[in-house]
Ligand binder design. Structure first.
Ligand code: ADP
Ligand code: ASP
Ligand code: MG
Length: 593
């Protein structure tokens, strides 16, 4: 059987007729080299933006179904032209829409998820010697309505087709020659990586690295598709997205910025199980992905619950929050739509402490205030004022010397990700209802840590850096950190440390509190940290909701939360650890592979 290659050309790579002909030649060449070729194409240039602008001229709130009808036309233009280009060069080709390829999605418009692909028609055309031009970004729902997969979704079409066709390779041709340590347009000193792991790329993409649609990496990881990101305008090799990272020696592999974020705080939420669940259920119902969740228990048993969402999602989020705040009898809510999120990502972080501290120090030295902090095993995110965002990104990129080659190549470390990939694809699919369903791998419990909370910490640059420098000076390795939004100039900081270090940590926290004019620190020994791991955890909007729902149902209150694409961790009262673990294992049993 001839190997199948899936290629994808982004908007700039097919922006005019000359570029379309150049892309057509690349497709033909791949076929001449002995492959069957499926070429996914995006809308030409800025067509999608132009169509959106057109719709906005007609109405502020175009119906989502009609938006999809409109946006899908962009890709239809490019596949038709590409097919003509290939014909004109003397080869056989056929263009196909999402529906013709049997790409069936759920019923969500503008952010649809792929449920299944019936590859038969594509295979038939390939077997007849044609190059298949696949319209990216679109599908069809069970009612035969046209759907789209979300901005940047052609990458996901490509990865999904590669998975469904068991392709030998998935080549993403774009206007950069690979994946860089951060957006090279923003930070010119960024370095092109030879290789990046699925998990790192997933986190970077969802943290703002727009070079790949994060959901495409979910597919690639789940179905073991190696992805090659490379330039449309040259033949140089680019970056391979595979199971193994480029290096584990270096704690951080890349940095990303999400410039247009919004922070929402629900104020005075009764501190009882279920309140957070109600809020996230209402938001999930609007298909909004919630990020950087921080809960801060205040006085009188009332908590402030803060989280961030994409700024475009703010109107929908506020509608949900409005309802939810009433339902849980919160005091009210506020928001800030002038914030940006800066994240650093790296698998090496798991084994090398001090990354958060270094990041906070670098930002403090530039006088940049951290409005919110959350950390997970392989990602640290901070929220800053939008004005400081660019400088913050450049600062962390420089602080971790990301412009330099990593010390060693991680070629030997292949076992790590491969172990997790030992399952066979058919088996995974059989357990999922849809190709793009959430994939859980494990639920684990860590009972080896304690929590320390500092309240009334001054909300100014440098405070986080000095706190974690002092803790580190005592030889204490901090695991999870969350810093809540400041209120009246004061913020709260919670972190976890190994149990044995609790007395030392608390003593340090006390002296810090005295110096900073903060309140007496509080602590909880032997808390339980529960971690659900999998793929695409953050972009599946319902996950946080389900987790909160199960724990609330059992009367278990959540102290700290962290969300990332590959892990969702919560810290709960130590007495409830085992119970919570058993519960989550049971509830997620049907989906854990
Ligand atoms: P396409 O139209 O081909 O899908 P995109 O515009 O979606 O292209 O993605 C390519 C762009 O992503 C680049 O031009 C670059 O500015 C941006 N980008 C953001 N982060 C990164 C990164 N870490 N590495 C490479 N490019 C990045
Ligand atoms: N044309 C769509 C967009 O601009 C999909 C894509 O380019 O990936 O978002
Ligand atoms: Mg893109």
């Amino acid at each position: 059987m001839m190997p199948i290659i899936v290629q994808k050309f982004g908007g700039t790579s097919v922006a005019d007729s000359k570029k379309i002909l150049a892309a057509a030649r690349k497709a033909i060449r791949a076929q001449m080299e002995g492959n069957q070729v499926v070429t996914v194409v995006s809308a030409m240039g800025h067509t999608t933006d132009a169509l959106i602008a057109l719709a906005k001229q007609i109405t502020d709130q175009p119906p989502a179904r009609e938006m999809d009808m409109l946006l899908a036309t962009g890709e239809q233009v490019s596949v038709a032209l590409m097919a003509m280009a290939i014909h004109s060069l003397g080869h056989r080709a056929i263009s196909m829409t999402g529906a013709q390829m049997g790409i069936v999605t759920d019923r969500t418009h503008t952010k649809a998820r792929i449920q299944s692909i019936s590859a038969a028609r594509i295979r038939k055309e390939l077997d007849e010697g044609k190059i298949v031009l696949a319209a990216g970004f679109q599908g069809v729902n069970p009612d035969f309505d046209i759907t789209t997969l979300g901005r940047g979704g052609s990458d996901t079409t490509a990865a999904a087709l590669a998975a469904a066709l068991h392709a030998a390779a998935c080549e993403i041709y774009t206007d950069v020659d690979g994946v860089y340590t951060t957006d090279p347009r923003v930070v010119p000193s960024a370095r092109r990586m030879k290789r990046i792991s699925y998990d790192e790329m997933l986190e970077l993409a969802s943290a703002g690295a727009a070079v790949m649609h994060s959901r495409s990496i979910e597919f690639a990881k789940k179905f073991h598709v190696p992805v090659h990101v490379r330039s449309s305008f040259s033949d140089q090799p680019g970056t391979m997205i595979v199971a193994e990272p480029e290096s584990l020696e270096r704690p951080v592999c890349g940095a990303a910025m999400q410039k247009d974020e919004a922070r929402v705080t629900v104020l005075g939420v009764p501190d009882r199980p279920g309140a957070a669940m109600t809020i996230f259920t209402k938001i999930a119902a609007k298909n909004v992905a919630v990020d950087m969740i921080v809960q801060n228990v205040g006085d009188e048993g009332l908590a402030d619950l803060s989280f961030t969402v994409a700024r475009d999602d703010l109107p929908a989020t506020l509608m949900a929050v409005e309802e939810a705040a009433r339902a849980v009898e919160a005091r009210g809510y506020n928001y800030d739509d002038h914030v940006s999120k800066i994240s650093v990502v790296g698998l090496g972080m798991e084994t090398q402490p001090g990354v958060a501290r270094k990041m906070f120090r670098a930002l403090a030295d530039k006088g940049i205030n951290l409005l919110m902090i959350t950390t997970s095993e392989i990602k640290i995110s901070v929220l800053v004022d939008r004005e400081s965002a660019l400088e913050a990104l450049r600062t962390v990129h420089a602080a971790f010397e990301l412009d330099r080659e990593p010390p060693t190549s991680g070629a030997e470390s292949g076992t790590r990700a491969l172990a997790a990939n030992g399952n066979n694809t058919a088996e995974i699919l059989a357990r999922m209802q849809g190709m793009e369903d959430l994939l859980f791998e494990d639920v684990s419990l860590d009972e080896s840590q304690s929590r320390v909370t500092l309240r009334g910490v001054p909300d100014r640059p440098g405070v986080a850096a000095s706190i974690f420098e002092e803790i580190a000076a005592q030889g204490i390795v901090v695991d999870m950190i969350v810093q809540s939004v400041g209120r009246e100039g004061k913020a709260a900081m919670s972190f976890t440390v190994p149990d044995k270090d609790l007395p030392k940590s608390l003593a340090t926290a006390r002296s810090l509190a005295a110096r900073l004019g903060a309140a007496e620190p509080t602590s909880a020994p032997r808390v339980a940290k529960l971690t659900v791991s999998g793929t695409g955890m953050r972009s599946h909007t319902g996950l946080a909701r389900r987790l909160f729902q199960y724990l609330a149902g059992a009367g278990i209150n959540i102290d700290m939360v962290n969300t990332s694409e590959v892990r969702l961790s919560v810290v709960v009262d130590g007495a409830h650890g085992q119970k919570a673990l058993d519960l989550l294992k049971k509830e997620f049993a049907d989906v854990i592979v």
